[in-house]
Design a protein around this ligand. Sequence first.
Ligand code: ARG
Length: 578
Amino acid sequence: MFNIKHRLEELLSAAIDQATGLSGSNANVIYATRPEFGDYQANGVMAVAKRAKTNPRELAVKVLAAIPENELIARAEIAGPGFINLFLVDDYLTRWGEHYGQSEQSLIEPVAAPQRIVVDYSSPNLAKEMHVGHLRGTIIGDCLVRVLEASGHEVIRQNHVGDWGTQFGMLIAHMESLQTENDKLSLQLSDLETFYREAKQRFDNEPGFAETARNYVVKLQGGDADCLKAWRVFIDTSLGHCESVYELLGVTLSRADLKPESFYNPQLAHIIQTLDDKGLLSVSEGAKCVFMDEFTGKEGAPLPTIVQKSDGGYLYATTDLAAIEYRAGTLKADRVLYVVDARQSLHFQQVFAIARKAGMAPESCSLEHIAYGMMMGEDGKPFKTRSGDNVKLVDLLEESVRRAHTIVSEKNPTLDDETRTQIAGVVGISAVKYSDLSKNRTSDYVFDWSTMLSFEGNTAPYMLYAFARIKSILRKDEVGELASDAALQITAEEERKLILKNLQFQETILVVAQEGLPNYLSAYLYELAGLFMRFYEACPVLKAEPAVRASRLKIVNLTAKTLDKGLTLLGLNTLEKM
Ligand code: ARG
């Protein structure tokens, strides 16, 4: 597979082994931290020298001499206490640049050992409509599945929606009493937030309603046909709401990816049995729990994971254990990623640990919580409406498109209505997605309209604009020089830097796939766009003499291809004109 960093690491690690007589050394190759340090640098010599108790600079001299014959490294130099700076062969860059610049050539080569990867993401609770709390998981998860698939893995999406539990008794009870006026029901369900609020209101205040609701829960769990019918109507309506959000967001989840909590109901008794068989179960205050030494609460008190309540009801954790068993056992996943709010981190640590102890997931199956922080308002507090309610996701997205429409109209007043609406749609949705994906997911994130819709900085409008601009240059290739067999050549440093950056796309994708960090991809694309702008200022394309013009057009084309692919993997739609 073509991966410069990986190849350099192989070469330099082999050289260290050779120079020391050790095996399995790690050259620790990274991008050069400054331009004068070359293209990459190997930092591993110092650590090896320390272990071998030799002088790092002397070892570095030996390592240089031991670098195997190769076509990649033009020059290697020792710097500081034992860093090795690496300069790449220009021809190598132009050859690969040309190869990847061809339209039919895929920019990403599949990994040598593809895995089967289950990705649990979005997974809203269906009792209410999707709100801003589901935004991050949905966007980040969708970017990760795209990246993993593009890397050659087999991805199984799992939308672990919450469609079961006591709330549904309350909702069905409310539905049933509205059922008599049929039209009223469908109207009411068109706004699930209000519907939920009304049901809750009755549950809390109306005499007898809570009792009725509880009866419905029992009936539902007992498989009562009428009750199940009403429940299905509700679930279907709620899923319809989710699907319109997915469509608006351009998210790849479909009904086929649904594995709702209720899917696991038939397995729950057996999960408890397995825990019991393995001797993991204890009873505390009537509830069945698992205690593990590694989980303690206040003042070291043992912290239980409850798996069955005293009334027999199962819990969120029980369902997740069944889901692990299904994913590891039936789906035979090599890796399971849970793209879920960081506040559920303890929950996942617990269920992962229980699943391992109970043999529900073999060690070979990696279970990973891809945690993300909360979405905050500009005031630094959790993002809410003025009245303190959760903001519905549809409303937020529609507002973004409206705001984008105003901005696009100001920037470009001559656009016809249709184009304007189309551009605003892409910009508005991309802005919300990109601003999230460009931040490290692990921290809380401040949702700020003015930054995300700005045309400056690492934002969707800037990236989309950069892409459209590059496309407009390519449209000026009237004589078809792109298709000519003119060679790609390096005549200026800006060209070299841009080609190299393009060739680092693959390495970036691998890191995103491994670490589950979309912000690496966003940062990469932003740097690529920046290098392009610098190239474009320093190197005239269309006005250059023919051979150089053809070469530069090819560099432009390569960059367009990379940007297009990268933005698509982030889940953005691009625009040819803006
Ligand atoms: N429905 C849950 C929530 O809204 C998220 C589910 C995440 N996935 C899981 N397997 N627990 O908080």
